[in-house]
Ligand binder design. Sequence first.
Ligand SMILES: *[C@@H]1O[C@H](CO)[C@@H](O)[C@H](O)[C@H]1NC(C)=O
Ligand SMILES: *[C@@H]1O[C@H](CO)[C@@H](O)[C@H](O)[C@H]1NC(C)=O
Ligand SMILES: *[C@@H]1O[C@H](CO)[C@@H](O)[C@H](O)[C@H]1NC(C)=O
Ligand SMILES: *[C@@H]1O[C@H](CO)[C@@H](O)[C@H](O)[C@H]1NC(C)=O
Ligand SMILES: *[C@@H]1O[C@H](CO)[C@@H](O)[C@H](O)[C@H]1NC(C)=O
Ligand SMILES: *[C@@H]1O[C@H](CO)[C@@H](O)[C@H](O)[C@H]1NC(C)=O
Ligand SMILES: *[C@@H]1O[C@H](CO)[C@@H](O)[C@H](O)[C@H]1NC(C)=O
Ligand SMILES: CC(=O)N[C@H]1CO[C@H](CO)[C@@H](O)[C@@H]1O
Length: 363
Amino acid sequence: MPTSALTMHLSFLSAVGMLGLANAVSVAVIPPYPVNGTSAVQFALDGPFDAPKTDFFNQSTFQWWYFDALSEDLKQSIVFTFYANTAAASGVVGSPFNGLTLNLQLANGSMPEFAVPSEAILMATVGEGLSAIMNGTGYSWYESSDLSFVYIDINDKFNNITGSFQIASGAPHHAMCGPATEGASLLVIDGLGWANSIPDGTALIDLNVNGEKFKFKGVGYHDSNWGVQASSSSESAMWYWGHARVGPYSIVWSDVLDIAASKEFQSGYVAKHGEIISDSCGNITVRPTGQNSTWPPIPGQQPSGFHIVYDMGGNGVLDVNITNSETISYEPLAYSRWVGSTVGGIQGQDMYKGVALYEWEGG
Ligand SMILES: *[C@@H]1O[C@H](CO)[C@@H](O)[C@H](O)[C@H]1NC(C)=O
Ligand SMILES: *[C@@H]1O[C@H](CO)[C@@H](O)[C@H](O)[C@H]1NC(C)=O
Ligand SMILES: *[C@@H]1O[C@H](CO)[C@@H](O)[C@H](O)[C@H]1NC(C)=O
Ligand SMILES: *[C@@H]1O[C@H](CO)[C@@H](O)[C@H](O)[C@H]1NC(C)=O
Ligand SMILES: *[C@@H]1O[C@H](CO)[C@@H](O)[C@H](O)[C@H]1NC(C)=O
Ligand SMILES: *[C@@H]1O[C@H](CO)[C@@H](O)[C@H](O)[C@H]1NC(C)=O
Ligand SMILES: *[C@@H]1O[C@H](CO)[C@@H](O)[C@H](O)[C@H]1NC(C)=O
Ligand SMILES: CC(=O)N[C@H]1CO[C@H](CO)[C@@H](O)[C@@H]1O
């Protein structure tokens, strides 16, 4: 592990210690089984942005840290999800408590998927950033204290995958409906939280997958979700979520429909040249397009793309169309994840092109 996150991590921690800044560091161990008791779960920003949002994980509390990247020709993509309490997070009974999944879209069109159970997760929060070792898996990550950089180190002996994944952020982190200030809401829907630490960035992927090179430079993204399973109305909700680039704009959306309550919760984010130009709730509408695009969606229907309209007040109306290029993950009636191309911009101004990675989740 020459450039492993662990090595960087330990040398960083000892450097911090020598500088007498040890109070900026907090360390946590998430055991590979639930802890009995009532967890204190955070849905408003209180402390380090990317830190675990519960004091411990009981049978029903969960969190995952998600990282993705796609190539600008839409032919390659990669998605990592690192889970604490996989069963509560995914609803898949019998899952290992801690674990990770890795989805690849290879240039030849095949889409291998890997799942690796983990022992304890060792975590250290420094500044706003979180670094972690998924013990016993060969996966670990290091994130800088200002969220400008993240590095995943892979030495996976089970699947014979080695190499690295990194993102240099190009767009500031944000809360659900505005800037990431103390106390800002991180609540997507009752029982589900969201912290978007890297809305857009330049990604470098350099892996060796069972002897084959998997290497590209593209667009990267990182966020985290957490929640309490039993109380979550996400059970009866469906959502559209995704991130895109179109010309100079970095865009992140989430448009959630609570089906039981018939209520829609929308969150939009746009940055340009590394500055947030709009970040709000209630002003962005995401709708499926093409032949099979009923809304609310009928499970099983596959639209051919999405139309996003975001009223940014004084900054104009962002209007973007996305056309699916490839379905990169699919669970019948429950979930689709795509990569696609974008066209759009601010109405009345220059129009641009770009790429996107996005999903529909049926709850
Ligand atoms: C947690 O609760 C379960 C069920 O009540 C019990 O079987 C288990 O021993 C408890 N675990 C601990 C560490 O106390
Ligand atoms: C876990 O903690 C949450 C509080 O955040 C509580 O609602 C839930 O009932 C607890 N689950 C168990 C199995 O104790
Ligand atoms: C694509 O490449 C992978 C890795 O080399 C290989 O395992 C797979 O069989 C290939 N798929 C196709 C459809 O050629
Ligand atoms: C993590 O793995 C290392 C190496 O196998 C082991 O020494 C250590 O005890 C493990 N830590 C935890 C908390 O499981
Ligand atoms: C793992 O991949 C390497 C190439 O990186 C190859 O030489 C080796 O045979 C593979 N090992 C197994 C067990 O497949
Ligand atoms: C749009 O966002 C602004 C700023 O967050 C907010 O004040 C306004 O109420 C929102 N409009 C709607 C229709 O929700
Ligand atoms: C997106 O498509 C809709 C029709 O589905 C069209 O009205 C709109 O102008 C398009 N926007 C852009 C930016 O192309
Ligand atoms: C899955 C699904 O709903 N497919 C439909 C998409 O639209 C075409 C044309 O209307 C139908 O023939 C498919 O059945």
